[in-house]
Write a protein that binds this ligand. Structure first.
Ligand code: ADP
Ligand code: ZN
Ligand code: ZN
Length: 738
């Protein structure tokens, strides 16, 4: 029996919207609509994009008041249930409105009310006329045309990425060939990157790698987190590649590989394309144009892409065939979102793996203490790669220079200068690591000790001598360099301390024969600047690299044998409880830059505290020992991973309302009878930022559950508070720092 047809049956839709309110909204639709479809609805005076999250027969809203859908996007693939449930979980856990969580997980194009068009790409091949033609028909000076013709002959079909790899001017060359009537084309939907350099050469795995691959594959169809712990160069990526080859059996199977912010992606991407050419691969990161991003996201959503390499946000990408996840450099701080929904992509990945019942591998040389803790207590499997994969390469020698005992020359110790000279003579490369871009960290008056402050933040202005201005690295404020001390009138102001620019200048003066290259956020602003610089290093056009943490990870320079580390001491005694953990991770990473091939490397650290246990652990590259001592400290302090934290952050033009709001939060939380420890509102270390007065309230509890219970009750009360929309505030669950 079929149901009687109803000509005008109305459907009630539950629609999630990008508005800072809890819950979903009811709308009417005349046409049937699917769950997961995008729609445009009226909301107040505006039109908004929404997502249909549920269908209903009735609504609490009076029928006359219900508004109708304005527009449907029924040609688009719909979002699946896993997407909804994952974001629902995150919205709850991170105390963020569900609709906003959902919409902010979509590519920007899908948040706009216009129909979303993804970029289209084509691939090309020679038709029969082209096949029959001879290259001599193309004049010799048409080099690009010839190159493309020859490549099409050799490879059959080429996509846009591959043509671009042949020559940046490929479009013209191809157009000319097309004019000759030799070209056929077709739109492509997957595998858009280049696999011109595909290689089937597989190194033979060493014993530890074999064990890692086998262990993980044993649990291929269950939720099982693994920590793959191995220093840079120990062969983790090789393990990933083997796992992907083995896991992606069925032709629907997909894998998600999370990587830290983009500077790692191109290298890893190239390697995956070379070694896994059989799997269409897309990337998702912030360097893509919006149309590329949408295209890649769609390829993932429809299952056409089999491997997705992406940064933080891609953890939410719909992947119908997801079988396996990797989080590379899992300790990296860029996995934590710092505004909007403050999720941690690694933690979300773990939740996703659990719900899908699939394995997940967390890879790192210096795991986050959370991860390490879980691996030690057996909740995660622990797999260790002790050896560098390429056997002849050795661990670097780590030495400290006690800067309180030597005569420094503009921030450089005699030991470091000598070591640099030795490298120059040998034709080897050096890297100087300093975590401060600009010329000097402060502008100081020698007479009264006035230091140029940022007017909008509780911070100092950094001297950028070359550009001739002072800049705040927290808010971006810029002003001309002050010539006279505003406090005492003294005209003798000095840039004090070292930044990358000054170090570059000093080196050029002290070692005039050296070719120095500075790599920091300022020098790499231009698109492709970083990759051009890195290739200059590779071909040996650089003797000394001066750089910030940008250089710490992922780059392999075989001829680099010395790493000098300047100015780390502030992090040793920082009030930020994770500062030491991060410093250790960074130093392990930079140390990993030295001596990767067959040349032994040396790391020289300039410090006033050469006996600090952090350096001792670094000297023997003993992560476990250092982690054990940090864990002990955390236990005593009741900090993560031993206990759990949440923070309510608030800011406004003045501190009064911030204080009142946070005090209300503290009182309400206590009134709820929570087991969590509720501190009093305080000012954070950076009291003022971008002209806003800041405050915060810390919660500490023995379990996540305890925090969740109190936050779940508290957040609605805060949203309802009269100050709620007069100040800016947010809940940060599992904050990285406070
Ligand atoms: P990681 O990801 O831990 O930094 P990689 O997987 O990149 O390490 O390995 C470092 C280098 O060693 C790479 O050049 C890689 O090709 C090579 N390599 C890895 N495993 C092996 C192996 N079993 N035999 C030979 N070379 C290997
Ligand atoms: Zn002064
Ligand atoms: Zn500022």
């Amino acid at each position: 029996m079929t149901e009687p047809r109803q000509a005008h049956r109305l459907h009630i839709l539950k629609v999630a919207l990008d508005v800072p309110l809890d819950g979903v909204f009811d709308y009417l639709s005349e046409a049937p609509v699917q769950i997961g479809q995008r729609v445009v609805v009226p909301f107040g005076p505006r039109r908004q994009v929404g997502i249909v999250v549920d269908l209903a027969d009735a609504s609490d809203v009076a029928p006359a008041k219900l508004k109708s859908i304005i527009q449907y996007f029924d040609q688009e693939p719909v979002l699946d249930g896993e997407f909804f449930s994952l974001l629902k979980f995150c919205a709850d856990y991170y105390q963020y409105p569900y609709g906003q969580a959902l919409l902010s997980a979509l590519p920007a194009r899908l948040r706009q009310t216009e129909p979303a068009r993804a970029r289209q790409q084509f691939c090309y091949w020679l038709n029969s006329a082209g096949q029959a033609a001879d290259i001599s028909a193309i004049p010799v000076r048409q080099a690009v045309q010839r190159r493309i013709f020859a490549a099409l002959r050799a490879h059959g079909r080429l996509n846009e990425a591959e043509l671009a790899e042949l020559s940046p001017g490929w479009r013209k060359g191809l157009a000319a060939l097309r004019e000759r009537g030799w070209i056929e084309e077709e739109q492509v939907y997957a595998g858009l990157g280049s696999t011109l350099h595909a290689s089937s050469v597989q190194p033979e795995l060493n014993e530890e790698q074999v064990l890692a691959v086998q262990s993980i594959l044993q649990y291929r169809d269950t939720f099982r987190p693994w920590l793959l712990h191995g220093i840079t160069g120990s062969g983790k990526t090789e393990v990933y590649i083997r796992l992907l080859q083995a896991v992606l059996e069925g032709n629907q199977d997909q894998a998600l590989v999370l990587v830290p912010e983009i500077n790692l992606t191109p290298q890893l991407e190239a390697r995956f394309r070379t070694r896994l050419p059989q799997f269409p691969l897309v990337t998702l990161h912030s360097n893509l144009s919006e149309s590329e991003r949408l295209q890649n996201w769609r390829l993932a959503q429809t299952g056409a892409a089999r491997i997705v390499i992406g940064t933080r946000l891609s953890v939410f990408t719909p992947l119908p065939g997801l079988k396996f996840m990797i989080v590379d450099e899992e300790h990296d701080t860029s996995y934590k979102q710092q505004d909007g929904m403050r999720y941690h992509a690694r933690d979300v990945a773990l939740v996703r793996a659990q719900r899908r019942n699939i394995p997940i591998v967390l890879g790192s040389a210096t795991p986050a203490l959370e991860t390490w803790h879980n691996a030690r207590n057996g909740r995660y499997g622990l797999l260790t790669l002790q050896q560098r994969a390429v056997s002849q390469s050795q661990l670097p020698q780590v030495n400290c220079v006690d800067v309180s005992r030597v005569q420094m020359q503009e921030g450089l110790s005699p030991q470091l200068l000598k070591a640099l000279k030795v490298r120059l003579e040998r034709g080897e490369q050096s890297l100087l690591f300093i975590n401060r871009r600009g010329y000097a960290p402060v502008l100081l008056c020698n007479a009264c000790h006035w230091i140029a402050p940022c007017m909008r933040c509780s911070s100092r202005l950094v001297v950028h001598l070359r550009q001739g201005f002072l800049r705040c690295h927290h808010c971006g404020h810029e002003q001309n360099i002050v010539r006279q001390c505003p406090s005492c009138g003294n005209a003798d102001l000095h840039p004090t301390g070292n930044g990358t620019q000054r170090l570059e200048e000093t080196l050029t003066r002290l070692l005039p024969e050296a070719r120095v290259l500075r790599v920091d956020r300022d020098s790499t602003r231009r698109k492709h600047a970083l990759s051009e610089m890195l290739s200059a290093v590779h071909v040996g056009e650089v003797d000394i690299l001066v750089g910030t943490q940008m250089l710490a990870k992922g780059h392999d320079f075989p001829n680099l044998t010395l790493v000098g580390v300047l100015d780390t001491d502030s992090a040793l005694f920082s009030p930020d409880f994770r500062a030491a953990e991060r410093l250790f991770a960074q130093l392990m990473q930079v140390a990993g830059r030295a001596g990767r091939a067959d040349k032994p490397g040396e790391v020289l650290i300039q410090t006033s505290f050469p006996e600090h246990q952090l350096f001792n652990a670094l000297r023997v590259q003993d992560f476990a020992a250092y982690a054990a001592s940090l864990l002990q400290e955390r236990e005593v302090a009741q900090f993560p991973p031993c206990e759990f934290l949440a923070l309510i952050k608030a800011e406004a033009n003045e501190y009064g309302p911030v204080q009142r709001f946070l005090q209300f939060a503290a009182d309400s939380a206590r009134a709820l009878g929570t087991d969590a420890l509720v501190y009093d509102p305080v000012r954070p270390q950076m009291e003022r930022l971008k002209g806003m007065e800041r405050g915060q309230l810390l919660f500490q509890a023995a379990t996540r559950q305890t925090l969740q219970i109190v936050l779940r009750q508290l957040t609605p009360q805060l949203r309802a508070h009269p100050l709620s929309n007069k100040i800016r505030w947010a809940v940060d669950v599992d904050p990285q720092e406070f």
